[in-house]
Write a protein that binds this ligand. Structure first.
Ligand SMILES: C[S@@+](CC[C@H](N)C(=O)[O-])C[C@H]1O[C@@H](n2cnc3c(N)ncnc32)[C@H](O)[C@@H]1O
Length: 190
């Protein structure tokens, strides 16, 4: 089967099943979540993030070496503002949790698709994909960001982890995005 080449991950989302139950692991400010809502058009989108790494950005050092408290919202507040209507309608559901803690509470075959973009170390992604494959329906979509080697960072991380799941027979690669920071898209086989 041929691997489909996408110009960007946003084009890839056009091929996600519509009106499904979706999951994004690793959300940050929700820029990608907004694209997922617009393009993949989920019935419900669950957003999981610890939202704890970026709170330092609420402070800045001025050129006079003073500590300024920036009047910026926290990343969770970004999400609450960005998706105020969708959260009220229960179409977007944020979960401030560690991904493994969240996934442990989810029954098998719950999601139609999932997009993973939290930690990129090999051990983390390999273990996370076992859980993600468990919670995504057969023939559902497992996609994720940063399918590339980063020598000064995670090394082969997501690339090795995804390819090992392909070798184990639980994922089939459907597409890749042609970006500096590529995304992968796979079908769940079980
Ligand atoms: C690269 S950002 C996500 C960016 C987003 N997907 C986008 O494309 O705009 C990674 C996020 O993963 C979150 N994260 C990292 N490890 C996590 C974990 N174990 N559980 C939950 N969230 C985690 C971080 O808090 C951070 O917000």
């Amino acid at each position: 089967m041929n691997i489909k080449w996408y110009n960007s991950r946003f084009d890839m989302y056009l091929d996600f099943p519509k009106n499904g139950v979706g999951l994004e692991c690793g959300v940050g400010k929700g820029i990608n979540s907004a694209q997922l809502v617009m393009t993949a058009k989920p019935k419900v989108l669950h957003l999981v993030d610890k939202w704890e790494l970026y709170h330092m950005s609420l402070f800045a050092i001025s050129s006079e070496n003073e500590l300024w408290e920036l009047n910026e919202p926290t990343y969770e507040e970004y999400i609450e503002r960005l998706f105020a209507k969708e959260i009220a309608e229960k179409k977007v559901v944020p979960h401030k949790k560690d991904v493994f803690e969240f996934l442990a509470g989810i029954p098998d075959n719950f999601f139609d698709w999932a997009y993973v973009d939290d930690r990129h170390t090999y051990q983390h992604v390999k273990k996370e994909l076992y859980e993600i494959i468990r919670v995504v329906k057969p023939n559902g979509i497992v996609a994720g960001h940063d399918f590339r080697i980063l020598r000064q960072g995670w090394g082969l991380g997501p690339v090795a982890a995804v390819l090992e799941h392909v070798q184990e027979g639980s994922l089939e690669i459907l597409g890749l995005s042609q970006e500096e920071w590529p995304s992968f898209m796979c079908k769940v086989k079980k």
